[in-house]
Design a binder for this molecule. Sequence first.
Ligand code: SF4
Length: 291
Amino acid sequence: MGKESKSRRKRTQERQDRGTLTKSASAATSIRETGPDQLLAKYEVEPIPDLPGAVKKFHLRIVTDILEGHDNCAESVGALRATQTWHRHHDGFAASRPSELNFGGTPRRLACTPGCNHCCRSPVGVVAAEALLIADFVDRTFSAHERQALKGRMEARKAALQNGDPLRTYSLCPLNAGGQCLVYEFRPHNCRVFHSFDVDACEGFFVAGETQRGLPIDPVRKQYDRLIAASATVAFHALKLDMRMLEFMAALEIALEAGDDRCERFAAGADLFSGLPTIARPSSPAASTPE
Ligand code: SF4
């Protein structure tokens, strides 16, 4: 979903480096002291059963990386670091896939490019830590003016939702401004799984509401997206982190209003999102796959 400009990406990185996700030496438990097997034992991890050898190795590496990411920072930001590790694995695999595939004898290039925002009109589901991660980023980096503008877009979207039909009222995500995702580095996993080899099909589905046309996607990437998400679920369960699927903007509103001690309270066990219903994982358009 919605790519961001190079300059904004650079600023984002600089801000991130200054931010609260820096490693806390005092709270750290280094992987050098706790190896992968010890981590799995420490958290009583229950891996996905019956995976073939190489897939199992891939799965366990993701799980241990997430646990390590959680252990290697201050407790208050452990959930945020675990989430970033999950997302990093997803992006790493996505980047390893070819950008050109053959669909029905026609070679197609990956259509996702900076400034393309069609999928930013679709419903998004998040887990609690993702909403906290984005709220933390908004608090640290948005100016008062940017924050006010975001609030206005969130309120406009909420009003639209109360009026129209389910597809069309999912207007552009409030975090998308001027064609750019304002939280690109921190966007939810749900926003990372869209990848299409046909921009017209995306526009048809997300903007015009056509549901018959399939979206050409990479089936290997889709399969591994699922495995990586399932691996994150195993790790999050072991860490006792909430993996309920929540509506993005409703969760973000709560996270933003929870104030800047939100992560400390979440780490201490507060259920900041208890008032929110769990939603079904938002559905993707029908997929067509290469030969
Ligand atoms: S957070 Fe919003 S703007 Fe960013 S990629 Fe997701 S849907 Fe698009």
